[in-house]
Write a protein that binds this ligand. Structure first.
Ligand SMILES: [Zn+2]
Length: 414
């Protein structure tokens, strides 16, 4: 016993000398109301400005887009690969298009640009329909009318939605990809180009090729990412009217040639037609993230909702002064350290049971355009104040700011 006595004494002294630390839920009484301050917030809401969505990478964890794949064939089997080959082929294809997203390219244009190369924050996941036993999200349809594509001429049908209306599966929550081969009679015409191409029609895309000839999936990755990016909200860049300053207008050259303008002005952007289609700029990524974080948007509905379940490894710690000027669906807790300030200027969703903890001297400010809530019809854990020697963190809510979906009493409804 004697041997342990000094150690026990030290523990007692530490306990006796440490200040009393209390952690308690914030209540309405803790809220310091702030009058609306015209100068404190920008005139035009930043919540709809793409670049704010790439300013805080910690808010934007990887997004997973649910996809399913439809192979269209004719009764005589000439328009696509045999059904038994489709599972392996579809998986290889998705792996190939995801691998392009792993490696965002530096922009070729404009020359000498210093446009940052940001990671592309989304991937595709083949997603079965859980209501169909044994479903794998890869479908095979035999339909002599809807199995082919005609890009030009009287029989042009690429924007025809009948194949989607007839065969799409869960297109309110899954991106449906249809594979159609160019009509075999059209291919015989010397003026018809049976190239890898496609069209985006909302939450479905059609990709055209000679699928019956089993094109190498690596050759299809650029056009597939291009069409899906249309569905995610991006426009072509070559005309210079896509709403982004970092995607210069260009002559839309397929590749480098020996003669102007394609000897120097060829693009590698995903939203031009070129041999690479592998670069996305910060503004383009920001646009996609903005759509993915907009409540009710199709681009959000097709995502796996990772933000509904608390992931404690996704905790965000605020160490200095930060203003979040974009909407975000967080996946973890938030900790505001002593002396740090977090200002929330747009919609922020907290996962079920997640908390925001404010240390003494830390400050949380919900601005008039700010809102903290749970976007999964659940309750989040609310705000916890750490109290030390009567020192608290502070919680300020500007007129118009909202805190919702927490247990009583910390609910400010509109
Ligand atoms: Zn396009």
């Amino acid at each position: 016993m004697d041997r342990h006595y000094p150690a026990l004494l030290i523990i007692f002294l530490l306990t006796a000398c440490s200040p009393r630390i209390l952690v308690r839920p914030a209540t309405l009484d803790d809220i310091v109301p702030l009058a609306r301050d015209e100068n404190a917030e920008p005139k035009i809401s930043t919540c709809y400005s793409p670049l704010t969505y790439v300013a805080h990478p910690e808010l934007m964890r990887m997004k997973y887009i649910r996809v399913n794949i439809h192979f269209m064939n004719s009764k005589d089997g000439l328009y696509n690969i045999p059904e038994e080959e489709t599972t392996a082929y579809a998986r290889d294809w998705i792996m190939a298009i995801n691998s392009n997203l792993d490696n965002n390219m530096k922009m070729f244009l404009p020359h000498g640009n210093e446009t940052p190369v940001l990671p592309i924050p989304y991937r595709y996941v083949i997603t079965p329909d859980p209501t169909i036993p044994g479903d794998d999200g890869i479908y095979y349809h035999v339909d002599d009318t809807l199995c082919y594509a005609v890009k030009t001429g009287r029989e042009r049908n690429i924007s025809d939605k009948r194949v989607i209306e007839k065969y799409a599966v869960r297109d309110d929550s899954v991106l449906n990809i249809f594979l159609q081969t160019h009509q075999l009679d059209s291919i015989k015409s010397p003026t018809y180009k049976p190239d890898g191409s496609g069209i985006s029609l909302g939450s479905s895309v059609k990709v055209f090729a000679k699928w019956n000839e089993r094109p190498n999936v690596w050759d299809m990755r650029g056009i597939t990412n291009h069409e899906i990016a249309h569905s995610l909200g991006l426009s072509h860049t070559w005309g210079g009217h896509d709403g982004c300053d970092d995607t210069p207008a260009n002559p839309n050259c397929w590749n480098k040639t020996d003669t102007p303008p394609c000897d120097s002005l060829y693009s590698n952007n995903m939203m031009d037609y070129n041999a690479h289609m592998a670069a996305l700029t910060p503004c383009q990524i920001g646009k996609i993230l903005m759509n993915m974080n907009r409540l009710g948007a199709m681009q959000r509905n097709i995502l796996e909702p990772h933000w509904c379940v608390l992931d404690t490894s996704a905790t965000i710690t605020i160490r200095d002064s930060v203003r979040w000027e974009c909407s975000a669906d967080l996946e973890g807790n938030v900790i505001i350290n002593a002396g740090a300030t977090l200002e929330i200027g747009c919609r922020v969703s907290m996962p079920k049971s997640a908390t925001i903890t404010i240390y003494p001297g830390g400050k949380l400010v919900v601005l008039s355009s700010g809102k903290i809530h749970n976007s999964c019809s659940a309750m989040w854990g609310g705000i916890r104040l750490v109290e030390e020697r009567k020192h608290n963190g502070s919680l300020m809510v500007m007129e118009g700011g909202l805190i919702q979906d927490t247990f009583y009493p910390l609910v400010i409804q509109k």
